[in-house]
Design a binder for this molecule. Structure first.
Ligand code: SF4
Length: 343
């Protein structure tokens, strides 16, 4: 801890860091919270348009709490990791109910809310109230592992404990906002996963990874585990104008989103009391999730126009608009293919 860390980082952030992101220059914990959740696993450039649209529709926590979860999911569609959107909604409802729509600013209270982990709680508290608390997201873990030459996979409990202790010990007495933002900026723009720009780094003189040329091997990778794969048929039932979709249960893969029915086409059509005029197999689509890979096997079933589907949770959507409804990313790609195949 004797090597300078916080002071050069703060000075660098003030001079060369990011200052004009849409969620900066505010002390509003609602806006900061929203950006922090969106930025988990997602790049800044991707988040900006989502963030702007989201705020236009849900300008404060009360508006978000009162919105139906389907509307929240539709605004989230394409950002991935949909549990974040469902937790966002649950969190807004908790803040509305328990805190009378006053978003908490204390890290300890924030960390109790749905979907807010220790690091996110610290970031919101630092930016909204200047609280002196440490963040430790993936970018910060990378910076600390490299700077101090910390070995082991940072997701392992023992390594993570060590990293939290280091992060706590490094906290400066003042300028917590610039320090926290500096860690984020450094990890996102200089100490990047591949080819870090050490020549522009304010921490270069004390950095062990740089001294020893170990930037490519620190932090250590997750120990290899084989990723399971599975495949599944998805039946795109269309009358040429409309597409039949069903809403997934709230929990599990793609919870709450609209998808085409999954399973054997004949069985599904039989259960719905429909008969296919024609059936066509479309090229498969591979999609990687965090814990497994899925090969989607799309089947296009054309049915006669005007068939009603009165089953609960099912809906016909215009084929031209279905891709923009609250559907998961691989399903959106397939709907576009189906729309051109069904022409
Ligand atoms: S010197 Fe290089 S490896 Fe070390 S913290 Fe800076 S950018 Fe990362």
């Amino acid at each position: 801890m004797d090597v300078p860390f916080a002071a050069p980082l703060i000075a660098w952030q003030k001079q060369a860091g990011r200052h004009d992101l849409p969620w900066q220059n505010t002390r509003d914990p609602y806006r900061i919270w929203l950006s922090e959740i969106m930025l988990q696993q997602t790049q800044v450039a991707t988040v900006i348009p989502y963030y702007t649209r989201f705020l236009a529709s849900f300008p404060d926590v009360g508006a978000l709490a009162r919105a139906p979860v389907e509307a929240v999911l539709a605004h989230w569609a394409g950002l991935g990791y949909y549990a974040r959107a469902r937790n966002l909604h649950r969190c807004a409802q908790t803040v509305a109910a328990v805190y009378a729509e006053n978003f908490p600013k204390s890290a300890a209270i924030l960390a109790e809310l749905p979907g807010i982990g220790r690091s996110t709680a610290a970031a919101i508290a630092a930016f909204s109230a200047g609280e002196r608390v440490a963040i430790l997201d993936g970018n910060v873990k990378r910076v600390l592992c490299r700077f101090y030459g910390i070995e082991g996979f940072p997701g392992a409990a023992s390594v993570e404990r060590k990293l939290w202790a280091v992060a706590d010990a490094l906290l400066p007495e003042s300028d917590i906002e610039a320090y926290t933002q500096g860690l984020m900026d450094l990890g996102a723009t200089v100490c990047t996963r591949n080819r870090p720009k050490c020549e522009h780094c304010p921490l270069a003189t004390g950095c062990i990874a740089r001294r020893d040329g170990r930037q490519a091997t620190l932090p250590e990778a997750r120990p290899r585990a084989s990723v399971p794969t599975r495949s599944s048929q998805f039946v795109f039932i269309t009358d040429g104008e409309q597409l039949l979709l069903t809403r997934r249960p709230d929990s599990g893969l793609w919870g709450g989103l609209l998808v085409p029915p999954e399973g054997d086409p004949e069985t599904i059509l039989g259960q719905l009391g429909m008969t296919a005029l024609s059936t066509e197999t479309l090229p498969p689509l591979k999609h990687a999730f965090t814990h497994f890979r899925l090969t989607l096997l799309p089947v296009l079933s054309r049915v006669a126009p005007g068939l009603a589907c009165l089953e609960a949770g099912w809906q016909w959507l215009p084929l031209a608009e279905a891709a923009d409804a609250g559907v998961p990313t691989p399903i959106r790609k397939l709907i576009r293919r189906v729309a051109s195949a069904a022409d």
